[in-house]
Every structure is written in C-alpha cells, then in structure tokens.
Design a binder for this molecule. Sequence first.
Ligand code: FMN
Length: 209
Amino acid sequence: MRVFLGITGASGAPYAKGILDRLLGAGAEIGLCASSAGIEVLATELYRDATLPRDEVLARFLGDGSDSVTVYGADDWKSPYASGSAKVDAYVVCPCSMSTVGMLASGAMSNLIHRAASVALKERRTLVLVPRETPLSSIHLRGLATLNEAGAVILFAAPGFYHGAESVQDLVDFVVARCLDQLGIDTDLVRRWGEGSSDLRPEVPRRAS
Ligand SMILES: Cc1cc2nc3c(=O)[nH]c(=O)nc-3n(C[C@H](O)[C@H](O)[C@H](O)COP(=O)(O)O)c2cc1C
C-alpha cells in the first residue's frame, strides 16, 4: 500500500506519530511531507524543544522506519505525489491546520501537501484530513464542508472517552485507529463498540443521594 502523509502546523503531533508507526507496521510505502509549521509542532509536542533543526526532528520522528519512508520538501513538485499519474492508495493530512483547510478548500496549492491533497480529490481517491482547532469560525466550517463535499473524509481530532480511556495515549490511539479504519488498515489499538466485554458500556450516571 502506498500512502502520502502530510504533516501541517496544527496541534496533534502524537496522532501523526501513531499513524506513521501503524502504517510502517502494516508494511506501507510512505511519502512524507511536513510544512515548516508542522516541523515546529512535532518539535514542540513530541520533543519539547521548538528550536530543534528540521533534520533532527525528522530523524527522531522516523526512527527505525526511515527505510520505508521517503521525505519530500514542501516545494518538491517532482515528487510522485504531485501528480495524479502516480499510483497512490490514500492520502492523510494529520494534523491538518485551518490554514491548510482554507488553502485546500479554495483550490490553491502552494506546497506539496496542498498539491497531493488536491490530486487526491480530483482523482477521487481516499483523502483523510485530521483538523484541530476550537472554536471554529464560519470560515473554517465552510472550508471543511467544501472539502467534505469534494470527497475528503473530515476526521476531527476529537477522541471519544467511551472505550474506557485511562491515559492520554488511549485518547491518541482512538483517533489513530479511526484514521487507520478509513485506510482499511486493521488495528488492535482500540476495542470496537459492541465487541468484547460489557465493561465498554457507558456507566449509568449515579444519582446524587
Ligand atoms: C505549537 C503550535 C500549535 C498550533 N496549533 C494549531 C492548531 O491546533 N490549529 C491550527 O489551525 N493552527 C495551529 N497553529 C498555527 C499554524 O501552524 C499556522 O497557521 C501555520 O501557518 C499553518 O501552516 P501550514 O498549514 O502550512 O502548516 C499552531 C502553531 C504552532 C506553532
């Protein structure tokens, strides 16, 4: 499976790391492109140092998986992901900033992430966007609706709590698992609703006595 992973400057770097690791585990061939704001967010949220150089951030982010991942610069128009003629199974932008949502919804393409996502839409291929912002303005909402109408899956970085989450990692895994579902990749990250033991059922709220 060949997947494009775009990383932009919204909060949510742990989701991107989880998706990358699971794609690697599934044996996917991955093309990766991070905007400069995306690099800053990875550095801030994963490595607690916003000043880390780009190469260092990417080396840490890829870890042992660097052989299966090709990293492209944001202006690399020669990348296969810049053209619909390249065979690509799915495209994910995670995290997806509202700036990138606005660009995509307008049809503008000023970096490889915008271009790859636009290619996915015009070729009617799977495109999963994982935005994070709150609250949302009507501009954001219209942009997201436009992209949804054009065929993108808007998979908001909004973890559920009903599966018995006990840690931040459980919440991250929830979003990662929902994203991988969209790509048709099975994971055991999160038990599915209705499967397994009954402790997944929400508790009946206790009444104050
Ligand atoms: C640490 C950090 C966190 C940010 N969080 C968000 C966010 O959650 N959502 C968002 O839309 N923008 C966020 N931004 C702002 C975007 O990074 C900024 O708008 C940038 O221009 C996006 O460009 P890009 O889409 O090319 O990555 C954040 C920026 C930084 C440095």
